[in-house]
Design a protein around this ligand. Structure first.
Ligand code: SF4
Ligand code: SF4
Length: 247
């Protein structure tokens, strides 16, 4: 017992001071894309042709973050001339159209719904639904419960039953087999409720886009309130989104 107490004392507090203090991610992290609109069209077209997700619109010189899997191919082949990925993890949006970006992303806190803050600002209970995800989005949500992120200190928890939840958080491309379970979970969640889509799969189908076996985005089935891009979405993106939208 004394050793346990000694270890605890020596380790100190491991919880991040975010959002009171900024947090620095690893240099290899790819967050909000910055786009150079003066890039020659042939370079933009080369990037668009190479994009595995058809996420680049060469005419508009924009990236659809709902489709993008942040693979970095466009940055690499343009040598940063067209796209560079920043360390900015604040990429979640409240409107699907806002996922299509020329580098600018509207401030989420300003676009959140005021009645959600009033209803859920002090306590938000969420039920996570993995609708055929690969487990990476799910893992980066689970990690929010660890001491470093300590999501519960903000009054936000993941719960076991939709009956106890204020909303659902959906990951994965929503396979045909998971569609009924997802819709039943949504129906079992009492009103008023929120719907959060996490990861490229639930935003657009992700790498499985156009497959007849999946839904082409959660918003084709349910009214989505919050869209969090990534493949997977980084825990800091998830945390920033939840705090900006509900606090
Ligand atoms: S980083 Fe996104 S936009 Fe760029 S090539 Fe990969 S999927 Fe396409
Ligand atoms: S968005 Fe990417 S990480 Fe998330 S479930 Fe789909 S394939 Fe996996």
């Amino acid at each position: 017992m004394l050793n346990v107490l000694k270890n605890r004392f020596e380790q100190g507090c491991k919880t991040s001071r975010y959002p009171k203090e900024d947090i620095q991610l690893l240099p290899r992290y790819r967050g909000r894309p910055e786009i150079n609109i003066d890039t020659p069209m042939d370079m933009v077209s080369t990037c668009a042709d190479a994009c595995p997700q058809e996420a680049i619109d060469p005419e508009a010189k924009t990236i659809d973050m709902g489709r993008c899997v942040f693979c970095g191919t466009c940055e690499r082949i343009s040598k940063g001339q067209f796209v560079t990925f920043t360390q900015d993890f604040a990429t979640a949006v409240a409107e699907k159209d806002h996922l299509i970006t020329n580098g600018e992303i509207p401030d989420l806190a300003e676009n959140s719904r005021r009645h959600f803050k009033k209803l859920f600002g002090r306590s938000l209970q969420l039920r996570q639904v993995s609708a055929a995800g690969c487990n990476a989005c799910e893992a980066d949500l689970n990690v929010l419960a660890t001491p470093f992120f300590d999501l519960a200190r903000f009054g936000i928890n993941f719960v076991a039953s939709p009956r106890h939840a204020d909303g659902i958080v959906v990951t994965g491309p929503i396979s045909r087999n998971m569609k009924t379970a997802l819709l039943k979970t949504y129906e079992a969640t009492p009103e008023p409720k929120v719907v959060i889509a996490v990861g490229s799969c639930s935003l657009s189908g992700g790498p499985f886009r156009d497959s007849p076996e999946i839904a082409q985005g959660l918003d084709t089935l349910l009214p989505v309130d919050l869209f969090i891009p990534g493949c997977p979405s980084h825990p800091m993106t998830n945390l920033h989104a939840l705090l900006s939208f509900f606090k």
